[in-house]
Ligand binder design. Structure first.
Ligand code: SF4
Ligand code: SF4
Length: 195
């Protein structure tokens, strides 16, 4: 009997001790905590400031993907109206998110930092189709991502990892031809298009 009372008193003491403390409860999903800078969520394809796409259709991301989740259909650029800096661009770009394991190898393999994994983690949906991302969905998730999978409050939080770094002047590790100029276009492409 004495032991039970002692256990009860200890339990009540623990309860009273926590009454005055600040609450740790997060009212999810109304309230979302920012994810870590290292977090890898939904992918995004990026453009340079002049509107040219970063992706040059090289397939390296697809080759590096251990889940075979990426499909790249490359096409030749029209020098007068290029889509990207390179000779080729990604005419089709798809990621099957049902296969993706969010390892980030595609991001690591990309020589021009065209693809990055962002902070979006609320990616559940009802259909397979909505989880096979097409190029428009990856370039402009704000417009084309399935509604259930786009949350402005999560997506807005993009740091160095998963987002275009503020004031970025060059593409780390890329050959000179892919470095940003003040306008974002490499010299040869500007010459070809009469810029
Ligand atoms: S994060 Fe990994 S599994 Fe997902 S598409 Fe990229 S390389 Fe493939
Ligand atoms: S995203 Fe990068 S690695 Fe993948 S095809 Fe485009 S340029 Fe190549």
């Amino acid at each position: 009997m004495f032991e039970e009372l002692k256990a009860l008193a200890r339990g009540m003491w623990t309860t009273f001790r926590h009454l005055g403390r600040a609450k740790n409860t997060v009212m999810y999903p109304e309230q979302k905590r920012p994810v870590s800078e290292r977090f890898r969520g939904r992918h995004k394809l990026y453009k340079y400031e002049n509107g040219l796409e970063r992706c040059i259709g090289c397939h390296l991301c697809a080759a590096a993907c251990p889940s075979q989740a990426i499909y790249v259909g490359a096409a030749e650029n029209d020098p007068k109206n290029p889509v990207s800096f390179g000779e080729r661009y990604a005419q089709h770009f798809e990621i099957n998110m049902l296969r993706c394991i969010f390892c980030g190898f595609c991001e690591e393999a990309c020589p021009v930092e065209a693809i990055r994994l962002g902070p979006e983690y609320e990616l559940a949906d009802h259909t397979r189709e909505s989880l096979v991302y097409t190029k428009p969905m990856l370039l402009e998730p704000e417009k084309f991502a399935p509604k259930r999978q786009f949350h402005a409050d999560v997506d807005a939080h993009r740091g160095r990892v998963g987002g275009m770094p503020a004031g970025e002047k060059s593409v780390a590790g890329a050959p000179d031809g892919h470095r940003d100029t003040p306008t974002g276009a490499r010299p040869s492409a500007r010459k070809d298009i009469g810029g």
